[in-house]
Each structure stands twice: as structure tokens, then as C-alpha cells.
Design a protein around this ligand. Structure first.
Ligand code: F6R
Length: 612
């Protein structure tokens, strides 16, 4: 949450900052701002999107070769011009952009106020920039870098910051704790950003900062040290991301593009991991750690939001086939509830961004308690990927739409591979079934293509229900998490209230909601729960609910029983979640578009939730 960019070099900085902020807008879009140095320090900022900032600066001086920028997801202080970043210190010596939360800001603010500092905004960030100023003024010999490090040593909380000091004109200072920062290495120039997306246009060589690193960046040199002033060696990494990945192409929205990419992203995720003859699975990232996984007393899957839904699918798969006890936990609960954990536990964090604050903190807690920690992440080089003992990357590519789609199916694909491999190594699965389930997975991309071509029908059905106030989603077994995910997609992008429920729980409460105004989406593909879910459908029908069912191709019984159907190809229940979720993603997408919602940047949300 919050995107930050910085540049120092010979290029004109303004277009670099603006296009960088546009690429990072998925991280927050409450306000945007830039500071550019060209002899004078020009700070421009306003409430709203990066496009509003562009209009705001249209007639202003944006020349210069050093600058910083920010796109905000508001924490402290409402989204307005005053609270927009960059923030300038009272005496005007420092300007700063920040991603994170300074938890002890109130205490620091009072101390600074007693020393005569005054504040223009309600933000924690303005406190930090003034704390830096305070240390800067505290001694004749003080330089900006030392002032930044001293200030950071007093701070409790999370930060990714880039700071500019008016008296050290050819330098930017960046630091991180908890919030990601990447430095791109050009020739005689450096780029700084919250992730690599603003950088790849210029260079594929990057350095990922670690917690408590401080980078002192001049046009021609880079020094890394800790907040405590100890030198830090740095490792240059190559980023594998193309500009095409960052653009919408012919699609109206990133979300739609990402939904349509799923046949490819699922294939990318299993390609190279399943043998061409479907005889085995190789998870290279787990090879060394597999003996530990085999001995695990239980596996705990943690995540947030959509990633937590993927974890639920994983639980069902691992328990059914590998026969290892699995628990699924919200990372935000797990980290605070003092769970019983030891070296016999394997904790797997599932996260698209690899930066979600709660998931990262839960993982660190699990590590401290002696558990083996693994990651299933999409963003290469992300904090979770780097802090885990081992892991498996999903190869979903860059996900820009704030509502997660292709990351979910890629996560479920990895969990499918993991469950099968563990089942095989534990001798819990017959070789024929093992081979045939791998084969089923390999067929998913083609089956998905046949679902995607039905998008005009899904759009027509969406038009019928777009004005509903509430919606209920039901599923059982592997399709229960799909119902949860379908409901989450609808509510987050269309703002229609939607609840996902295990269908068997319906009569314990939600059935009270059913009337002829309520769309009830039932994920009812043919599996071992089919008869039960048909009964649930009857119960809804008896109360005049409008039923939209995801059904297996050729299921004429359900077709005759419900109002609308989305057909999916016949598949083994084990892989059905990968198919069944896709019509629901499209259904939400079309409803949101018809309701005039900003699909890629829904209100109040942002991707990569680096605050708890
Ligand atoms: C929903 C969505 C969120 C994320 C959640 C976890 O569409 O995107 O619920 O799934 O914030 O994010 P990651 O997977 O990055 O840890």
C-alpha cells in the first residue's frame, strides 16, 4: 500500500516519476504527489489519481533530474491535498515520501511540538520528516544520511522511504523496514520504487533492500548500510518482467486481461514441474526441504483474502490425498493469538505480493517458534519469498488489477502440485490415480479456454442481476472456497453485498435472506456432494430465490431447475475449483462494469497490503 518512486541521473525526471506512479497506482490512489529538484525544490501534490496530478502540474515547472513521487493509500489523515505526500520538513530542508505506518508518531509529534515544530498535515509521515530535520539541526557536523539514520532509530513501525535534502543536491536516501523498496541500477543513474514495475523500462538490474537497510544514492554511486551504520554488501538481481506485462493491451481493464490470461498462467505454473508423460511432479524449490515436510506433524497454511481462499482449497486437497493434518489460518489472527507451534510444524505462507504485512509477521512468528516456513508467492524477490526456508513461485506474471484473479488460480495450481507430490512421497496415492490427476491438471488450460469463450453469455446473465442489493454464494467441498472467492470478487469490485457460505450451513441462518430479490449463486459441479447441493438448490427454489448455478456441461437436471447456468467442462473434482472460479470472476467483472465501478481500482482497496 502506497507506491513510491525516485530517480537520480541525467534524464528528465518528471516522465519517469509519472509513469512510475501510474504503474504503482494499484498500491493506492487516494492522492498523488511529486517533488522535483531543479535548483528550487518544487513539490506538487493533490487528492485523487495520478491523472489528477498530471492535470494539476500541466502548467507548472517540472524540469529537473532528481525527484521523488508517491501515490497514497490513506492511513493517518483523510485523503486530501494537505495529507498527500511528499511531505516537507518545517524548515524546508527535507522532503520525503513514505509507505508504511509510524506507530509512535503521536509521541514523537508531541516531543517535536515541544521543541517548536509545527505541522501542516495529519500524517505520521510529516512527523518523520521533521524528526529527520530535528536531528539534522542538532549538530554542526550533521549530514542528511546521519540525520535519517538517527531518526529511523527512534521510529516504531514500518517504512519504505525516499528522502531528499536540499543541502545535498545530488543525493537521495532510501530506507526500508517492513515496506518493500527496490533500487534499479542504470548507467550513471538510479531508480527507486516500491516494486520493479516502474524500473524495468530502464534496467533489469535491481537490488532489493532488506529491513533496516539505508541506501545512500548519488548519480554515480550507491552505498548500503544499516540504520546502525554497519556496511551492507549488496546483491544485484535480474528482473524477469516485460513492459507488455504491465500494459492492458486490447482489454478494457487489467482485471479482464488477467482473467483471460489464466489458461497461460496456470500452464506457466505447472510447466516444467510436471513430467511430459505425467508420471511425476518436480518441485525444485522444495527438493532440499522435502524430507522435513515429510516428517511434519501438520501443515498450517496462512494467508489473507483471496490467498486464504486458495489455502482452504489446499487444505481439502492435502488432507484428502496426502493424509497430513492441515490447518488454515488468517495470518492476521494467527500472528496475535499465540498458537502452539514447534519444529514439527510446517507453515506455508500464501501471498501474491509476498509483502502482505500480516502474512509476513505471522511467518516470522512461526519461524521464531521453530516451525519450518515455506512460501507460495507470485512476486519474485518479495519479502516473504526471501524470508522463507524454501518455496514455490506461482508464475502468474504481474497482477495489476486490485482484485486478484490469475494469482488465485496459480496458487491453487501450486497447491495441487504440492498435495499430489506429498501424497506420492507418503505412499498415500496409487500410481494410476497420481498419473491421472496430473493429467487432469494438464488439461485445465484448454478447458478454461472453452469457459472464457462463453463470456458474452456470462455478461448477459450479469445484466439481469446487476441491480441486486445482496447476493449469496454457496458451495460444498472443494467448491466451498470457490463460493467464498466468488462472493469476495463481487463485493470488492461492484460494492454489492455478497456472502459466501458452505451450502450445508445455509439453513443455519442465511436462508432467512432468501426471497425473490436475492440472487443465489450455487457452485454445483458434479462431484461427490452433488446430490446434497441439489437439495440446497431445491430449498432456495422453494423460497423463490433466483438461482445462478455453475454446473458441469450437460447437466440438464440443474439447467431445468435454476434460472441461469454457467457451464464448465467435465473434470475431476480435484481440479474443478480452477475451472469453477472463472465464470464467477467474469460475472463479478461484468456486474461491476455495468454498475459503473472502477474495476481495477475499487474504492478503499489497494494491492500489496503492507500495513496491518
Ligand atoms: C482480493 C485480494 C486480496 C488479497 C489479500 C492478500 O481480490 O486481492 O484479498 O488476496 O490482500 O494479498 P496477497 O496475496 O498479496 O498476500
Amino acid at each position: 500500500m502506497c507506491g513510491i518512486v525516485g530517480y537520480i541521473g541525467d534524464k528528465n525526471v518528471y516522465p519517469i516519476l509519472i509513469s512510475g506512479l501510474q504503474r504503482l497506482e494499484y498500491r493506492g490512489y487516494d492522492s498523488a504527489g511529486i517533488a522535483i529538484f531543479n535548483g528550487d525544490l518544487n513539490v506538487y501534490k493533490c487528492k485523487g489519481r495520478v491523472s489528477d496530478l498530471e492535470n494539476h502540474v500541466a502548467d507548472k515547472d517540472t524540469g529537473g533530474h532528481v525527484g521523488i513521487g508517491h501515490t497514497r493509500w490513506a492511513t493517518h489523515g483523510e485523503p486530501n491535498d494537505r495529507n498527500a505526500h511528499p511531505h516537507t520538513s518545517m524548515n524546508g530542508n527535507f522532503v520525503l515520501v513514505h509507505n508504511g505506518i509510524i506507530e509512535n508518531y503521536a509521541e514523537l509529534k508531541t516531543t517535536l511540538q515541544k521543541k517548536g515544530f509545527t505541522f501542516q498535515s495529519d500524517t505520521d509521515t510529516e512527523v518523520l520528516v521533521n524528526l529527520i530535520e530535528y536531528f539534522y539541526q542538532s549538530g554542526e557536523e550533521m549530514d542528511a544520511e546521519t540525520a535519517v539514520r538517527l531518526a529511523l532509530s527512534k521510529v516504531v513501525g514500518a517504512y519504505g522511504i525516499v528522502v531528499f535534502c536540499k543541502n545535498e543536491k545530488n543525493r537521495l536516501i532510501a530506507a526500508r523496514k517492513g515496506s518493500p523498496l527496490v533500487i534499479g541500477l542504470g548507467r550513471g543513474e538510479y531508480f527507486i520504487a516500491s516494486d520493479a514495475s516502474p524500473i524495468v523500462e530502464y534496467t533489469d538490474s535491481v537490488i532489493y533492500l532488506n529491513d533496516l537497510d539505508v541506501a545512500i544514492i548519488n548519480k554515480d554511486s550507491l552505498t548500503l548500510k544499516t540504520v546502525e551504520n554497519a556496511p551492507v554488501p549488496f546483491k544485484v538481481t535480474k528482473v524477469d518482467m516485460s513492459i507488455g506485462d504491465l500494459e492492458k493491451g486490447d482489454f478494457d481493464h487489467f482485471m479482464l486481461k488477467e482473467i483471460f490470461e489464466q489458461p497461460k498462467t496456470i500452464e506457466d505454473t505447472f510447466r516444467g514441474r510436471i513430467k511430459p508423460d505425467h508420471s511425476d511432479i518436480v518441485l525444485g524449490g522444495l527438493l532440499d526441504i522435502f524430507p522435513k515436510i515429510m516428517q511434519a506433524r501438520r501443515i498450517i497454511l496462512i494467508g489473507c483474502g483471496t490467498s486464504w481462499h486458495a489455502a482452504l482449497v489446499g487444505e481439502y486437497m492435502i488432507e484428502e490425498y496426502a493424509r497430513v493434518p492441515v490447518e488454515v489460518e488468517y495470518a492476521s489472527e494467527f500472528r496475535y493469538r499465540n498458537p502452539i507451534l514447534d519444529k514439527n510444524d510446517v507453515v506455508i505462507a500464501i501471498s501474491q505480493s509476498g509483502e502482505t504485512a500480516d502474512t509476513l509477521a505471522a511467518l516470522r512468528m512461526a519461524k521464531e517458534k521453530g516451525a519450518t516456513i515455506l512460501g507460495i508467492c507470485n512476486v519474485v524477490g518479495s519479502s516473504i519469498a526471501r524470508e522463507t526456508d524454501a518455496g514455490v513461485y506461482t508464475h502468474a506474471g504481474v497482477e495489476i488489477g486490485v482484485a486478484s484473479t490469475k494469482a488465485f488460480t496459480a496458487q491453487v495450481t501450486v497447491l495441487t502440485l504440492f498435495a499430489l507430490k506429498l501424497a506420492k512421497e507418503k505412499g498415500q496415492i496409487a500410481p494410476e490415480l497420481y498419473g491421472s490427476l496430473i493429467h487432469e491438471l494438464a488439461e485445465v488450460p484448454d478447458k478454461l479456454k472453452s469457459i472464457l469463450v462463453m463470456h458474452p453469455h456470462i455478461k448477459e446473465v450479469a445484466a439481469k442481476y446487476k441491480d441486486a442489493i445482496n447476493a449469496l454464494y454457496l458451495g460444498r467441498g472443494y467448491l466451498f472456497p470457490v463460493a467464498l472467492e466468488g462472493a469476495l470478487k463481487l463485493k470488492e469490485i461492484s460494492y454489492m453485498h455478497a456472502e459466501g457460505y458452505a451450502a450445508g450451513e445455509m439453513k443455519h441462518g442465511p436462508i432467512a435472506l432468501v426471497d425473490d430479490n436475492l440472487p443465489v449463486v450455487v457452485v454445483a459441479a458434479k462431484d461427490s456432494y452433488y446430490e446434497k447441493i441439489v437439495s440446497n438448490i431445491q430449498e432456495v427454489k422453494a423460497r423463490r430465490g433466483n438461482i445462478i448455478a455453475v454446473v458441469t456441461e450437460g447437466d440438464d437436471t440443474l439447467k431445468a431447475m435454476v434460472n441461469d447456468v454457467f457451464e464448465i467442462p467435465k473434470s475431476h473434482p480435484f481440479v474443478t475449483p480452477l475451472l469453477a472460479v472463472v465464470p464467477l470472476q467474469l460475472f463479478s467483472y461484468y456486474i461491476a462494469v455495468m454498475r459503473g465501478c472502477d474495476v481495477d481500482q475499487p474504492r478503499n482497496l489497494a494491492k500489496s497490503v503492507t500495513v496491518e
